[in-house]
Design a protein around this ligand. Structure first.
Ligand SMILES: Cc1cc2nc3c(=O)[nH]c(=O)nc-3n(C[C@H](O)[C@H](O)[C@H](O)COP(=O)(O)O)c2cc1C
Length: 199
């Protein structure tokens, strides 16, 4: 018989997984990364987010490794265009922007004005999709980081990133396996961010 009490539906491992969740910086992510089947599975999980009006106001773009190299060259050229001559170290950092982690997936927001669903809610759903992708990657045993960096906001880079007019980058999800142990990160104090309004 189906038992619906909370105690019987508890998923203690999931709770502990969420309670201790941590991102790992892209620069310390190495192979192995997820394979094609795992990537598709994690995107399917990320699609399963609250989405008011079933608009799917997000989409996902995976850049394969050759494309990541190409994006790196474009980042370098654009960084020079924006900042003038750069030293070799900075140029290299730009070249490697999309090749730090084995797998990079862009989460794209297609949020737009709609007669019934506020654009804000579409943006929130897009953020939720990125978070679900991050969690799905972790649940499959990989480490990951949600990055934007300057590239996400640079209009000249938008076409190369696969953005269509009006779309925005929610984040570049960097996925791989950590080469250094996870560290703790200071978190807000519960009382500072949680309150109860009593009647
Ligand atoms: C929308 C968004 C963009 C982010 N962009 C960057 C970024 O460009 N560079 C960066 O170092 N961290 C960025 N972060 C922060 C990291 O993803 C992450 O929160 C941080 O490394 C701490 O990880 P954790 O709190 O998940 O453990 C961004 C986070 C969000 C939500």
């Amino acid at each position: 018989m189906h038992d619906s009490t909370a105690a019987n539906r508890r998923h203690d491992e999931v709770i502990e997984f969420m309670r201790t969740r941590r991102s790992v910086p892209a620069r310390v992510l190495a192979a192995p990364g997820p394979d094609e089947a795992e990537i598709r599975r994690m995107v399917e999980i990320a699609m399963r987010v609250p989405d008011h009006g079933k608009l799917a106001p997000w989409r996902f773009v995976r850049y394969d490794s050759a494309y990541c190299e190409r994006l790196g060259s474009l980042c370098e050229a654009r960084a020079v265009e924006l900042n003038g001559a750069l030293g070799e170290e900075l140029r290299q950092a730009e070249r490697e922007r999309f090749t730090r982690a084995p797998v990079v997936i862009a989460v794209v927001s297609r949020a737009a004005p709609h007669p019934k669903i506020p654009e804000w809610e579409q943006v929130l759903s897009s953020g939720a999709a990125a978070m679900s992708l991050l969690i799905a990657a972790n649940a499959m045993g990989y480490d990951a980081q949600w990055l934007t960096e300057w590239v996400a906001y640079d209009e000249a880079m938008a076409p190369a990133l696969g953005l269509r007019p009006g779309e925005r980058i929610v984040g570049f999800l960097q996925i791989g396996t950590r080469t250094l142990p996870k560290t703790e990160r200071e978190r807000p104090v519960l009382e500072d961010v949680f309150s109860v309004m009593k009647g």
